[in-house]
Design a protein around this ligand. Structure first.
Ligand code: BEZ
Length: 214
């Protein structure tokens, strides 16, 4: 049952509500990201092995996200000073700079609103949620991994590119789609269009080249 006092988490196709929070890069508002794609992701805790490996991997791919017009924004329940100490450790131990902001969310208020943690969670066990927000702030995809399994950053990049490619409609990205590969045509929704085909190809499954890739 839904608690009327707890906001229901953001769902696909919904516009993310704004928030303003302290981060490792100063105070940030979600509204600051309008006009750009955003990968907004949570992690269970600073100073933990899988999270550290993920942050190193995200930081190493930061230029690729930048080239795709996409910002990165991390979040966990840990305090700003924990985030800062962790960023320093990653710099010193691994020679990697975390240049994107990490939000502190000590009350889990943001994590709960964005479905990064169970609405009734009482501890800091935010899952590895990854939210893909389009330039209008609409949630286009989300994934959830458990604390024990790290995300694949190439898959985050691939999902982002697929979302960008289908944004605006008319084409679909098939299973295992990679940038530049064939797409699928959005099937006709009217019998007249379906019957107009030559019958040689399945009306609902038409592969088309990605003309933007040329
Ligand atoms: C990790 O990132 O390694 C981790 C975080 C929380 C629980 C278990 C593992």
């Amino acid at each position: 049952m839904t608690d009327p006092g707890v906001p229901s988490p953001l769902r696909l196709g919904e516009t993310a509500a704004n928030f303003t929070a302290r981060t490792t890069r100063g105070v940030v508002s979600l509204a600051d990201y309008r006009g750009r794609w955003l990968v907004f992701f949570s992690h269970p805790a600073d100073f933990t092995p899988v999270c550290t490996s993920e942050f190193i991997a995200f930081a190493r791919a930061a230029e690729q996200f930048e080239e795709l017009g996409c910002a990165l924004l991390g979040l966990s329940v840990d305090s700003l000073f924990s985030h800062l100490a962790w960023v320093r450790l990653i710099h010193d131990r691994f020679g990697v700079d975390i240049d994107f902001p990490i939000v502190e969310d000590p009350t889990l208020e943001i994590a709960k609103a964005y479905g990064m943690v169970a609405p009734d969670a009482v501890d800091a066990s935010a899952v590895r949620a990854t939210l893909f927000l389009d330039p209008e702030g609409v949630l286009r995809a989300s994934t959830t991994y458990p604390a024990e399994v790290g995300r694949s950053i190439p898959e985050v990049l691939r999902t982002l590119q697929a979302l960008q490619r289908v944004h605006g409609g008319k084409v679909l990205a098939p299973a295992d789609w990679q940038p530049g590969a064939n797409l699928l045509r959005e099937p006709a929704g009217h019998a007249q269009d379906v019957l107009a085909g030559d019958g040689a190809t399945d009306w609902f499954y038409t592969t088309i080249p990605d003309i933007r890739a040329r």
